[in-house]
Design a protein around this ligand. Structure first.
Ligand SMILES: [Cu+2]
Length: 172
């Protein structure tokens, strides 16, 4: 092999080696981007370490807050929770119809322990999007306030929001 040819072969080999190093780096970067995007999406779904937070919380320090649903309002219409505190939220219906306590983004901002009925049992789930309460009944939501923010609360029964069944939940 002539000197010049050898140098050329060497040059191409070097380029190939560089590509071999760069391509996996590009692929890894793209995968990391895809994963971080994906992770962010799932994070927005609900508090993923809810179970750990529920287990670690001191439930003897639980505070009770009551929201009453009437024809056609939430009382109080504005509720504030403090980050890290375990709560029992009593959602009671003193109206004449079935009402919805719909607060999707709030439910995504808390670590849910359970939803309990005083007479019928309890549901353990990572999160809820809406809770329906029948007239004269109440349900207790046990949770820890996690992500600070202001979250809308509405009753999704048709026409009720327009009649005033809306509110706001804040975590600070
Ligand atoms: Cu309503």
């Amino acid at each position: 092999m002539s000197n010049r040819k050898a140098r050329r072969v060497f040059y191409f080999q070097k380029r190939e080696d560089a590509m071999k190093r760069i391509i996996p780096a590009i692929i890894l970067t793209l995968m990391a981007l895809a994963l971080s995007g994906c992770g962010h999406h799932h994070h927005a779904m609900y508090v993923r370490d809810s179970a750990d937070r529920v287990k670690a919380a001191d439930w003897s320090k639980m505070e009770t807050v009551t929201v009453t649903m009437t024809d056609y309002a939430f009382n109080p219409a504005s509720v504030v929770f403090r980050q890290g505190v375990p709560y029992k939220l009593v959602i009671e219906n003193k109206g004449s119809e079935k009402y919805y306590f719909t607060a999707e983004n709030f439910f995504r901002a808390i670590a849910t322990r359970k939803l309990q009925s005083n007479t019928d049992g309890e549901v353990k789930a990572p999160y809820f999007s809406a809770i329906e309460v029948y007239p004269g009944r109440s349900l207790d939501l046990y949770f820890i306030a996690v992500k600070s923010g202001t979250y809308p609360l509405i009753c999704t029964v048709e026409g009720h929001e327009a009649m005033g069944m809306k509110g706001e939940i804040r975590i600070e």
